[in-house]
Write a protein that binds this ligand. Sequence first.
Ligand SMILES: [Zn+2]
Ligand SMILES: [Zn+2]
Length: 299
Amino acid sequence: MPKLERAMWEEEIKRCTRLYGSFNDAELFIRAVYSAAEDYFKSNPLDVVPHFDAEEAEKMIRAGKCINLNPSLDTSAVAGLLKSLNESLLKVNPQLKSTVKELELKLEQFLSNFADKVNKENVLELRDSLIKETALEKDLATFLFSFLLSSLYRQQLNSINEVLRTDLWEGRDCPLCGEIPHFGYLAEESGRKMLECWLCGTEWEHTRIKCPYCDNSDHEKLGYFTIEGNEVCRVNYCQVCCQYCKLFDVRKFHADGKVVLAIHNLATLGHDLAARREGFLPGSNQEWVNDNEVIDRQD
Ligand SMILES: [Zn+2]
Ligand SMILES: [Zn+2]
């Protein structure tokens, strides 16, 4: 998958605005973070590509083993990018001022714990401590940190996932980094089910009638729902593990080339809320909904 250019994400935001009615509120936030990340990487390019042995990788994939390539991240890049994302959010919503201030204090503490490198787990721990100890809400934290991590991962792993033999992969987790997927799509001509890693952007085919989280393939326990006549976003659920993922049916609109699924995901967070209200949890553990929203409207 090529690096994300401005024209591409702008086009995708426009398309999502046409496709999903409820997208308008989130649009400004999304525009702001994409723009901030692009500016950040322009002045702070991340050219480090982790070591990758294509032959060894192919052997592992054939044996059904995930490569588990998780690059260590420059502490300064994590901090620098997070700072510019925060500033961009603040511009869109000045009411976040005190939250952002708290966040920056915590970020300084965090940085003092790590010299030059951090890993994904460290960054996710930071996210969790912010949710616990500051006013940062869960949904905004998921948005901010999944965007942060996936931007850093994609900068470093793009050239690798382009050459990875994902056609040999039948697993449920990302063959490259091992992350659990949150969304995928139904391919334009074949209708094949493809999953995409929210973190590194790798995509792979997955058996159509099968739960990506528990491997259940009993079609009577698998289903999907759509919302308000919009046929593009399907919430696929499994009644065995009670988890869901979202699949975007790209056959329902004309896409010339690559679709930026991450933006479709952000444009359809109402579907995540609906899934939670139906009692399904995100198989990816990506919490896109605040608990109080689920409870509030249940009664
Ligand atoms: Zn991945
Ligand atoms: Zn399941």
